[in-house]
Write a protein that binds this ligand. Structure first.
Ligand code: G
Ligand code: MN
Length: 270
């Protein structure tokens, strides 16, 4: 290692330790914000799901991007408490959410590290029971490609147990990393969230064919396809013409605090 890489890696480690330390503090003191981003059905114009997303503005570190603090949480043993925090917040917010959108589900993101633990499904079930058992059918678990790095039989058992209680399962960022067509049939799921990189490449005819095929695949197996990262009305029109019905992205709504979300959504037409 030359001196400057050594210096860089020491600095990266120091930053990681500081972030982990402050994150533990934030988790203990309710210092993380939860924002929600809707998924919308283009045909009914209804909100179908609200994805709970974590935001963090630390007193000492300033704003820390979710990509950074989630990676630190996974590396430093904080992802389980972070997941529990998000689930508890989602359960606490759900009664108010259902007043405004009676049919929606709130989706929480769950990492492979959490799903590989032997007690994951039991803990989620206990948290729901402690809040209100009727909320189970208003919860969704979003699993990222990181689940495919973990013990799949365990992951599968947890997801199946939760589905039996009324929760739904979404495969997040589909089509990137380990989340491939070859693996799609290996997990129980209700929804596929197509990664935003497909939307960004929508000018490519082969990408158009892939998106259309994904919409047909979902339909053939009575699953829902949601396209992530829709930013322009041109993209939205294009996706609709390819058979996509559910969308999420900045065009429809940025993630926002519940109080800042409108009851109904509108968007510019192409
Ligand atoms: O991995 P996942 O899809 O859960 O990540 C959600 C993240 O993507 C959130 O941090 C959210 O702010 C961001 N996001 C949501 N909609 C859009 C969008 O239309 N464009 C871009 N670039 N990012 C988005
Ligand atoms: Mn997600």
């Amino acid at each position: 290692m030359n001196p400057s890489t050594e210096f860089d890696s020491t600095r990266a480690e120091t930053r990681q330790m500081r972030v982990a330390h402050r994150l533990a503090h934030a988790l203990a003191h309710h210092g993380l914000q939860v924002v929600y981003q809707p998924e919308i059905d283009l045909q009914t114009r209804q909100v179908v799901s609200l994805e709970a997303l974590c935001r963090w503005q630390d007193q000492e570190l300033g704003p820390v991007a979710p990509d950074e603090f989630i990676a630190v949480a996974e590396a430093r043993g904080l992802i389980v408490p972070l997941g529990e925090y998000m689930l508890e917040r989602a359960l606490a917010d759900l009664p108010a959410v259902l007043q405004r959108w009676p049919q929606v589900r709130v989706a929480v993101n769950v990492s492979g590290v959490e799903l590989a633990r032997s007690d994951f499904a039991v803990r989620v079930a206990a948290a729901i029971r402690a809040a209100d058992p009727a909320l189970a059918r208003h919860l969704e678990i979003e699993v990222t490609e990181s689940v495919f790095h973990h013990d799949l039989p365990t992951v599968r058992q947890h997801l199946q147990a939760l589905r039996e209680q009324g929760l739904t399962v979404a495969i997040d960022d589909f089509g990137t990393g380990q989340s491939s067509l070859a693996r799609l049939h290996t997990l129980p799921f209700d929804k596929i969230k197509l990664d935003r990189s497909f939307v960004q490449a929508l000018d490519n005819p082969m990408v158009q064919a892939i998106v259309r095929a994904m919409a047909q695949l979902a339909e053939a197996f009575s699953r829902t396809l949601v396209v992530e990262g829709v930013e322009t009305s041109a993209q939205l029109g294009h996706l609709a013409s390819l058979g996509c019905r559910m969308v999420q992205g900045y065009l429809l709504s940025r993630p926002a605090a519940l109080a800042d979300l409108p009851d109904t959504f509108s968007w510019p037409q192409a």
